[in-house]
Design a protein around this ligand. Structure first.
Ligand SMILES: [Zn+2]
Length: 481
């Protein structure tokens, strides 16, 4: 028994280690240079040939195409739950610039081990093969050429390490800053010490021609990861003044927790850059951000047992405004190694691949293109039982709902035929997940008719849930008034 407990413990430990991110790469950002177009743009804007004050501060919506890269056999994907959190944080980080990032299209899953852990050449190939035009292409991989992330000026796309894209990370904000033309605050120091004339002075007197070219970002000589406040050797500029780099800027290399802003000039540059160079991103913006309620889980009921391992019907309430739902099921409270990890537009999913005898947790999050920030539902659990022939049985079972459209005053009839199991309960749920009919007869009839008074029945999708001696299944039906 002791041995068993120990091996169980070591299994759980190894799983929890697996689920944690490995220590991030020592190299923060692999972006060494910007594109010629970006450099020309910066030169113009910083020499004031382009007016840098924008009176129009309307929100600019930018579409992100997410590519999640796994190994050849499809393992190692960046988790969608992390993705949604990171996009949500990203929008807080860009909110002062009135730039809003939204998810466009389906997530693109790529199985390719040489992209999963890549050098710059394979990374470039990955982007050339998979970039979607008119979108900001972001690739989540295991190892982007030894960095936390980088922006490729040739491919105009961003690669991110999964381990640097967790809660509280600022790498994505930094790389997308490059995408929108921003250099490092320590620009010029990436390849070693620049000539004295090109070192930005502490007093800012050459701020337009040295460093990042912005005058509201202090001189910065630190081209490596540093913690704040800076406590290394004194940084002395060419005239002997001490440089105090600003750890709060996303475009510096300070630790993630030190960073919280883009400067006003950086914000203006990013907005101008979009307007002048990347108008192609501005087509078809999504509906603006809308708050979303939390979904309510409906079935299987919490702590249900003996759920057919090959087909557990997961059902939750419709959330007004939501266009999609993220459904995740896992054995672990961290939701590591998910068995179900899907985005669907329905409020119903027949999920399989569970192991008989094991208990799973599941939860659901409502989504829109512009809101990935809604909370997950409560976590419910169920235990999987033996798989059954539920699919065949479902094919035989038929359900007829009439009259449609529903007439005032007449009952709604739900007729179920060919039920090939002993029924323990029949339940009908409305679109909000409330039970509007419940019967626990122990019956062997293969045909049933349920008559419902219509006063309370609004138009919408309803669920019929039958629990019997061979398991539970769920059917949807629509009521149209
Ligand atoms: Zn960088």
């Amino acid at each position: 028994m002791k041995k068993f407990t120990f091996s169980l413990l070591s299994f759980l430990l190894s799983v929890s280690l697996l689920s944690q991110n490995i220590a991030p790469p020592s190299n923060y950002c692999g972006t060494i240079d910007l594109s010629p177009v970006q450099k020309a743009f910066l030169k113009q804007i910083q020499s004031k040939h382009i007016q840098t004050t924008i009176s129009d501060r309307a929100v600019i919506y930018l579409p992100i195409q997410v590519h999640i890269v796994g190994t050849d056999n499809g393992s190692g994907y960046y988790r969608m739950e992390d993705l949604f959190n990171v996009i949500c944080s990203l929008n807080e980080q860009y909110q002062p610039a009135n730039i809003y990032w939204y998810l466009k299209g389906d997530i693109d899953y790529i199985n390719n081990s040489s992209f999963y852990e890549h050098d710059f050449a394979s990374g470039s190939q990955m982007m050339a093969q998979n970039n979607v035009p008119g979108r900001v292409n972001v690739y989540f991989v295991s190892d982007p050429a030894g960095n936390c992330g980088y922006y490729s000026p040739n491919r105009d796309a961003v690669a991110m390490a999964k381990s640097c894209a967790g809660q509280g990370s600022t790498t994505l904000a930094h790389e997308l800053g490059h995408y929108l033309s921003l250099p490092h605050t320590f620009s010029g120091w990436e390849g070693g010490t620049p000539a004295p004339a090109n070192q930005e002075r502490a007093d800012g007197s050459n701020c337009q021609s040295a460093g990042d070219g912005f005058c509201d970002t202090r001189a910065d000589y630190l081209a490596y990861r540093w913690n704040c406040p800076y406590s290394g050797v004194a940084l002395i500029d060419p005239v002997g003044d001490t440089v105090h780099p600003d750890e709060t800027l996303y475009m510096s290399y300070s630790s993630d927790h030190c960073q919280n802003k883009f400067s006003a000039e950086q914000q203006t540059a990013m907005r101008q850059y979009i307007m002048l160079v990347h108008q192609d991103l501005l087509n078809n913006p999504p509906n603006s951000y809308q708050l979303l309620d939390t979904a309510r889980l409906i079935a299987p009921l919490n702590n249900a047992v003996n759920q057919p391992a090959n087909s557990v019907p997961l059902v939750w309430s419709k959330v007004p405004g939501a266009t999609n739902y993220h459904v995740i099921a896992s054995r672990f409270s961290t939701f590591a190694i998910p068995v179900v990890d899907k985005i669907i537009s329905d409020t119903f999913l027949l999920a399989g691949s569970f192991a008989p005898g094991l208990t799973y947790r599941w939860k659901v999050k409502p989504l829109t293109a512009s809101n990935t920030c809604a909370s997950y539902s409560e976590v419910w659990r169920f235990t999987a039982g033996q798989p059954n022939g539920i699919n065949q049985q479902e094919n035989q079972l038929s359900i007829r709902v009439y009259p449609i459209p529903l007439k005032n005053g007449s009952d709604l009839h739900v007729r179920i035929t060919n039920i090939n199991q002993i029924i323990m309960s029949i339940r009908i749920l409305n679109p909000a997940g409330q039970t509007i009919y419940y019967n626990t007869d122990n019956l062997t009839e293969s045909n049933r008719q349920i008559d419902l008074p219509t006063a309370q029945l609004a138009s919408g999708l309803y669920f019929l849930q039958i629990e019997g001696d061979q398991g539970m299944y769920i059917r949807k039906f629509a009521i149209i008034r």
